[in-house]
Structures are given as C-alpha cells and as structure tokens.
Design a protein around this ligand. Structure first.
Ligand code: PRE
Length: 358
C-alpha cells in the first residue's frame, strides 16, 4: 500500500526552512570573516582553498549517509562560492568562449557565483590578472592526449604571476539538441577538435548526417537553439547554459581524456599540507648538466612529478625547464633542494606552491 507523499513533503519543507535559516546564519559569519580579511590586508585574496578543502574533507569524513558523500563537494562548492561573493566580488578571467572545458574547470574551482570574464587568448588571461582586472585566471596547461600547452608555459617566462592552484577537468563530449529527439537530426555542428575526437562514434551511429565545423562548441550549442534539426557536440555545461537536451552522453572515442588547468594569481595561496611546487630554470648547455642540476630533489627525498623543456627564445640551444615537485617551498627539505639547485643553474624562478588537485 503506497504511503502518503504529503506527510513526507511537509517534513522536507520544514527541514528546507531550517537549512535556509542555517545558511543565512552561516553567511553572517562569512561576512565577518570578509571584514577581518580586508582589515588585515585590503588586497588579500579572499578565496581560501586550504580552508575549503578542510571543510569538505571534514564533512565527507563524518557523513553518516544516506546523503551521498560524492555530493558533498558540489553542494559545498556552491555554498562556499555564494558565501565568498558576500565577502567581495571574485573575478575570474579564463580562456573563452563560454561553456568550454576551461569554463567547466572554472566552475569546478570557483562555483557559479564568481564573476567570469571570458577572453580570447592565453596572453589576455595573464594580462587581466597582471593588471588587477581579475583576481584569478584559468588557463589550460596539458591534456592527456594532446600533451602540453606550450603557449601557457611560454607565458610564464616573462610573467610574474604565481600558480595559485590546479584543476583537473574531464574532457567529455555530448550530443545535444533543442528537442532531444535523435530522429530529427539532419546536421551535427561542432568545433573541429571535438568532431575529430568523436569521429568513430559519428561514423558508426550517424553515418548519413552532415557534419559542419564551427568556431567553438559553444557556437554550435547556440546554433542548435533555433533549429531542432541541428545537433551540437559540446560540453554538459553547454547543454545547461543553452537549454539543450543531451541525446547521447560521452560520445568521445577516447575515454579518460583529461585536461589540467592552472589557476593564476598575483598572490600565493596558503599551505595545505598536500601541496606541489612548480619551478622554471635554465642551465648552461653541458652534457649531464640536467642530471646534476636535479639531483638535490632526489637527495632530499622529493619526487618530481613533471619536467618539460622549451627553447628559451633568448639564445639558440638554450633551454628552459619547467619542473613540478611534490611539497611546499616553505618545507625545509624543499627549500634546501631549491637553494642547492639555485647555485647550479643560470636562472631560476619559482612559479608557486599550491594545493595539489584532489
Ligand atoms: O573561512 C574563510 O576564510 C571564508 O572566507 C569562508 C568560506 C566558507 O564559506 O566557509 C568562504 C570562502 C573561502 O574560500 C573559504 C571558506
């Protein structure tokens, strides 16, 4: 015998009233924290990733269920994003356009209450943050199939911005349209790269449909809004932002495609205990020099998670190395290794210590 919904809904209404009251109560403390932060340093970053990570970790650790633990992060992502907007506007510049994977990475890090500024190039993202028009910038740094984004690495050569954080975003393409009815589709639009990444799926499942390249996946989603016979290959965020229905999710040929993004800022974040440090250095062109140079990391028990090289653009055959290591530069062993290495290279720049993605 099915039960009566109305009794449970009444109970849910009562609980939701209580959650809302508590959120407002919480907001009052957040506003006070904002005043204190600004009184301590008017130009400080209000966003505090170390505290956010601690809050989520604590709640996940004590969740008795049945509310799913995986849902705690996105729920709190939005609570803290909205809270932070009460402390002050958070402006985030990113490599646009809207609804791309960079935009999704931004949302994952800053939630939907931040003020987003889509710009046209990686250089412009750096520029917005350097000139203080944005508190943070988000740029791609490497992709599991395409490799490193050289343009981003090159920007660090002349920029004084710091790496404030990293975000790992899955690159997953969806087929979407206004009506969500597959039989109506006569044409698929998308960015050439997204089309290439879904080539097998299209040929297997929709071989007779016209495929058309447009400037971005967001543009494809926009076109779909006016015509039910056009489908777009775009992100989940594009479906949300443009009011489209996903007909088939995850149509990319190569699953497990991730892009790593960097968050840029003028100021460093606080140490969290699970941090990494990025460095940039150059050496004299000498056999074995790189091995000698990096030995202090090993001898101080520090693992190197990445090394990339780029021509210095200053002198032929002179290279700049980008190195990521585990640990924070304020840790004694990391600091000792950095000091040892500094004495051995032509030039070194610390790009930042920041929380490792979790
Ligand atoms: O504790 C802080 O520093 C706050 O600003 C509050 C708060 C929160 O909502 O809990 C909001 C944003 C910060 O990024 C971290 C936490």
């Amino acid at each position: 015998m099915p039960g009566d919904l109305s009794g449970y809904r009444k109970e849910i209404d009562r609980i939701d009233d209580e959650i809302l009251r508590l959120l407002n109560e919480r907001s009052k403390s957040v506003i006070e924290i904002g005043h204190i932060k600004k009184a301590q340093d008017a130009a400080a970053n209000l966003h505090t990733p170390a505290r956010e990570a601690a809050i989520i970790e604590r709640l996940v650790g004590q969740n008795p269920g049945p509310f799913p633990s995986e849902a705690i992060r996105p729920v709190y992502r939005e609570i803290m994003s909205a809270s932070l907007s009460l402390e002050g506007p958070q402006k985030v510049a990113y490599l646009g356009p809207r609804a791309t994977f960079t935009h999704m990475a931004c949302m994952q890090k800053f939630g939907s209450s931040a003020q987003y500024i889509p710009v046209h190039s990686i250089k412009e993202v750096f520029n917005e943050v350097e000139r203080g028009r944005a508190n943070f910038g988000v740029v791609p740094i490497e992709n599991t199939t395409e490799g490193v984004v050289n343009h981003t690495l090159d920007m660090f050569i002349d920029s004084n911005l710091l790496i404030y954080g990293e975000v790992l975003q899955e690159v997953s393409h969806h087929l979407m349209s206004k009506s969500g009815v597959m039989e109506e589709v006569k044409k698929i639009c998308s960015h050439p790269q997204a089309i290439a990444q879904c080539r097998n799926w299209i040929e297997t499942h929709m071989p007779h449909v016209l495929v058309s390249e447009v400037a971005s996946t967001a543009r494809a989603a926009e076109i779909c809004q006016e015509d039910v016979t056009i489908a777009a290959i775009a992100s989940e965020l594009a479906a949300q932002l443009y009011g489209l229905k996903v007909m088939k999710a995850r149509i990319e040929d190569n699953l497990n495609n991730f892009t790593r993004f960097l968050v840029l800022s003028q100021k460093p974040p606080q140490r969290t205990g699970k941090d990494k440090t990025s460095l940039m250095l150059s050496i004299k062109d000498k056999v074995g020099a790189l091995y000698d140079l990096l030995r202090p990391f090993a001898s101080n028990g520090i693992s190197m998670t990445k090394i990339e090289s780029r021509p210095s653009r200053r002198k032929a055959w002179e290279y700049i190395f980008f190195v990521d290591v585990e640990g924070h530069m304020e840790e004694e062993r990391v600091n000792r290794a950095i000091e040892e290495i500094k004495g051995r290279c032509l030039f070194m720049k610390i790009l930042g210590s920041y929380p490792a993605h979790n």
